[in-house]
Design a protein around this ligand. Sequence first.
Ligand SMILES: NC(=O)c1ccc[n+]([C@@H]2O[C@H](COP(=O)([O-])OP(=O)(O)OC[C@H]3O[C@@H](n4cnc5c(N)ncnc54)[C@H](OP(=O)(O)O)[C@@H]3O)[C@@H](O)[C@H]2O)c1
Length: 305
Amino acid sequence: MKILITGASGLLGLNLCLANWDSHTLLGLDRGKLHGTPCELIHADLDDPAAASRLIDIVKPDAVIHTAALANLEKCEADPEGARYLNAEIPGILAESAALASVRFIHISTDAVFDGTKDGIYTETDAPSPPGVYSATKLLGEQNVLSANPAAAVARVNFFGWSLSGTRSLSEFFYNKLLAGQPANGFTDVYFCPLFVGDLAEILVGMLDKGLSGLYHVVGSEALSKYEFGVRIARQFGFDEGLIRPISVEKSELTAKRSHNLRLSVHKLSTDLGQPIPGVSTGIARFYAQAQQGYPQKMRSYQQE
Ligand SMILES: NC(=O)c1ccc[n+]([C@@H]2O[C@H](COP(=O)([O-])OP(=O)(O)OC[C@H]3O[C@@H](n4cnc5c(N)ncnc54)[C@H](OP(=O)(O)O)[C@@H]3O)[C@@H](O)[C@H]2O)c1
């Protein structure tokens, strides 16, 4: 299968592009940040609606994994119109042209569509209630995708791993602070289900192989606080876990509203894929193993000078 990955320079997109798939050929779409990647690259800016609407007809993939987004919460609050265009309109345009060309389509959404007020675990049947511009535009993107292309799959994700910049993920935030011997704030009142990006990439390709469609929670199978996540990173790398400072998210300098409870059920995903979904311990071990193998440095070598 020829799979087009949008957002190839992003945390998820680049990890997808760098994985080895026996039976699939990958094509990454970026805006000129990358060079020399093992997968072929095409350059396009999705801010151009004409480029977006012609993309699938020109590239002729068998499947698309649409990861490109404005994924910074504070930037979305500052530019709600730009966020709505990229996170909601573009997914609808791409999903529609995929439907017309009979191309499989997976749209990447977010666990943050929930405001976190539920006392328990969110399933796909729970009504979302986005707390801010980012999550509201991502929810609109889900709706636009599924109404333009009912055969598409929407994956609500949360993940960690190594990125092109070395600073994109929460795991890199803790790692960089710990490596420098500096304290790092960890929220004790935000619970989430992070999935290692390598596990996420395998699951997304598995969803394409199985032809899954509709809404799925594609997160890790274990919930923990962001503080506990920082402590687990410290332990895995042998750093001083006392550097992770337990604080409330309400006392942080972050301005965009964030949910306290992002525990999502993976029961539907696990059942339909016919496999268990990994938890955070194996994911952090794989994150560590990649560091030992020089993966972060290799990744950065693909950055255009
Ligand atoms: N990171 C997480 O834990 C998390 C959690 C929940 C959901 N998500 C969702 O997962 C997806 C991937 O997130 P991520 O963390 O990998 O994002 P990211 O690292 O911020 O990457 C975003 C990607 O989108 C590209 N992009 C932005 N504007 C574009 C445009 N106008 N035209 C073409 N490409 C454009 C960026 O290209 P440039 O590099 O050129 O800017 C980049 O490759 C997003 O849909 C996000 O909403 C992420």
